[in-house]
Design a protein around this ligand. Sequence first.
Ligand code: HPA
Length: 279
Amino acid sequence: MYHEPFFYYRMKTHPKTAIICGSRLGGLADVLDNKTVFLYEDIPHFPQSTAPGHLGRLVFGELNGQLCVCRQGRFHYYEGYSISTVTFPIRVFFLLGVEILIVTNAAGGLNPHFQVGDIMFIRDYISIFGLGGQNPLHGPNDERFGVRFPCMSDTYEQDLLGLAMESAQELGIVSFTQEGIYCQLAGPSYETIAECRVLQALGVDAVGMSTLPEVIVARHCGLQFFGISVTTNRVVMSYDNHEKANHKKALHISVVRAEALQKLVTRLLGKVGENTNPL
Ligand code: HPA
């Protein structure tokens, strides 16, 4: 048996939901009730986050009455971490007894109907990493976490998507809520026009630089997943368009949408809690 993570013993309660906050979206952790905060640097073996817009803290608490742990600051492959380091916290969550993983991220919109500021519920994904042979489950399988060949066709939890859509309707934010296919590239360079055209032809609605290795590891160990991408920019698809992708602007849009996301996740968790036979 694995030893439970060190904070397992320090917490009287154990969260059922883990939330990973994207760039400038970490405000969610601040609104948790009854918070207990751990700095990454104080957690044995935990990697440190170096990306701008990311803090480095695990915040335990309650959101809408539901126990959860919020990760403020994530580790990206483009920072130089290996995929196994990027996904390490997911297995920590699993060992803590977490059952649901909620991820928010920033993404470039490829779908021509998407506007800057739209939020997209992730319905499916294309992992360019995975297609290229870089899967976080590569290597010997540890059966204590999951099976050798995990199914991914059910990655996106329909019930969670339904509850999220219901929440969006109740909050009156459907005018900027979308559903679609997310694709992750390694980053940190943004995509070329030719790359964007290829991705669009593949059916990608939004492209970003995070999330999918974590999703694969989460699904491997049986966590339910729900993801939201904030469209921080529209990718450049034409040589006549002289706009340039810009991280500062992207962070600004994330800040603008942070409150709506916070309300959405809060309401969603309330609905998950109400569900007597949870998902
Ligand atoms: N491409 C990749 N990642 C991103 C983008 C983008 O256009 N916008 C925000 N994250």
